[in-house]
Design a protein around this ligand. Structure first.
Ligand SMILES: CC(C)(COP(=O)(O)OP(=O)(O)OC[C@H]1O[C@@H](n2cnc3c(N)ncnc32)[C@H](O)[C@@H]1OP(=O)(O)O)[C@@H](O)C(=O)NCCC(=O)NCCS
Length: 160
């Protein structure tokens, strides 16, 4: 498959089935509530085009020369997102992760640029994303790439 982008020392491309285990390990680092095996099953389904989602979703990966994958970004379409025009689907950054030793070298930015290009091809005019209120690093990274805060939420739950 053709590269989506090539930046100094690494390239960004669409994930392939053989990337599943590495992506699952990175998912577990990003979302530790799930086990590597649980993530592996979800990633495998997405890479096989069998994601439990009515709208398209793809996974992009960043690969370092001779050193394997160092980041991934899962991007999908959502029918609506807070602060966005509800009349057409929005590209949504579902998961965005770069290994610690590869950070601050433009890998995250290159993944987002590729995700935005993909969403544009799907007909989107807007991107959206979310992160945790206490995750300063993620907030700074989003803002550096032009993402503007539109809302701040607290999620509630009550057992019935
Ligand atoms: C967020 C993340 C994906 C960014 O990846 P990255 O490869 O470091 O991103 P880049 O190198 O392209 O950084 C782009 C810009 O974001 C900002 N930025 C990134 N990390 C930052 C940090 N720790 N503190 C302040 N600004 C930061 C900077 O402006 C940076 O540009 P600069 O390095 O030229 O100053 C990575 O830090 C990560 O995986 N974090 C843990 C998981 C996470 O928070 N994911 C996002 C929420 S789902």
């Amino acid at each position: 498959m053709e590269d989506v982008a090539e930046v100094s020392g690494f390239r960004v491309r669409f994930a392939e089935p053989q990337d599943c285990d590495r992506i699952a390990a990175m998912c577990a680092a990003l979302w530790p509530d799930g086990t590597v095996e649980e993530h592996r099953q979800e990633v495998a389904a997405k890479l096989a085009g069998e994601a439990i989602s009515t709208l398209p979703v793809v996974i992009l990966v960043a690969e370092r020369q001779d050193r394997g994958l160092c980041g991934f970004l899962e991007v999908g379409l959502r029918s609506h997102a807070d602060g966005c025009d509800g009349r057409k689907p929005v590209g949504f950054l579902e998961g965005w992760f770069v290994e610690e030793d590869a950070r601050r070298h433009g890998v995250g930015s290159a993944l987002v640029a590729a995700a935005e290009a993909w969403a544009r091809e799907q007909g989107c005019a807007e991107m959206a994303s979310d992160t945790w209120l206490d995750d300063e690093m993620s907030q700074r990274a989003h803002e550096a790439l032009g993402y503007v805060v539109v809302d701040r939420c607290i999620h509630y739950r009550k057992l019935l």
